[in-house]
Write a protein that binds this ligand. Sequence first.
Ligand code: PDD
Length: 290
Amino acid sequence: LPCHLDGRWLALDEARVPVLDRGFMFGDGIYEVVPVYRRRLFRFDEHMLRLERSLTAVRIPNPHGRDAWLALMRELVERVAEAGGGDEQLLYLQITRGVTPRVHGMPAGLKPTVFLMSTPHHPPGPEQRHRGASCITHADFRWSRGDIKSTSLLGNVMARQLAMDAGADETILLREMPHGGVTVSEGSSSNVWIVLEGALIGVPPSGHTLAGIRLELLQSLCEETGIACHLRPIGEAELYAADEILISSAGRELLPVTRLDGEPVGHGAGRGKPGPVYARLHEAYEQAKL
Ligand code: PDD
């Protein structure tokens, strides 16, 4: 499939970056993952805002204005669709600081390396949604700038592998608070939600939780469907006591967590099954995609 590297269109397996690119040397770059439904970009403005925030935080100049990004991403979608990549895609955008001899400080005047690719988007189907995700928990051992969508993802990679090792799908990261108590930060590549007494509760963005694009989306879907929704810290005990647990991300959209640390999630007859709040939000999400 075609991809875009520094102003050129080429086949993905022909794209090459110099070894002194700071993305390779230091993980010195930022990225975005943007869903495409029926060849249309989903939540483009929100992704651009986050991209701009990430770039500013790490002092990489934005190589394109919004209109140029939009044109580039639309062209990628069309090229990939025409090449047989389908109408449902996940766009990956990456900007690294550029190529320079290896020094830790940020050299001035570098030309950022800009890369875009697209992969087929297969959101969870009925079977996977019915089965739900199985999650484990682990101490959050990552840095405290998780608000930056950085390509430095070793902590996330290690966290996800712990789930793989346990035969689970995702690792929910828990953090000791400076003044005591343990709270949920996020999944290795997802945001975490719980349902308590019919209300959806999500974790507010901080240095430990990426401001997922689905954070605002789910809040507005809750408003539409009459579900109470708050962003506030989620305590460890609340996670284990929750009626429902959900995870959200660009690729997985919204998924119910049906097992936590090997135990079924929820209470009574609904134990270990996707819950009613999930079902309503899934419907609303499908509508939002149209
Ligand atoms: N990951 N938290 C982390 C650490 C993530 O990596 C992601 C997404 C999210 C959810 O954000 P959003 O709703 O904007 O996708 C939360 C992307 C999809 C990835 O790394 O592939």
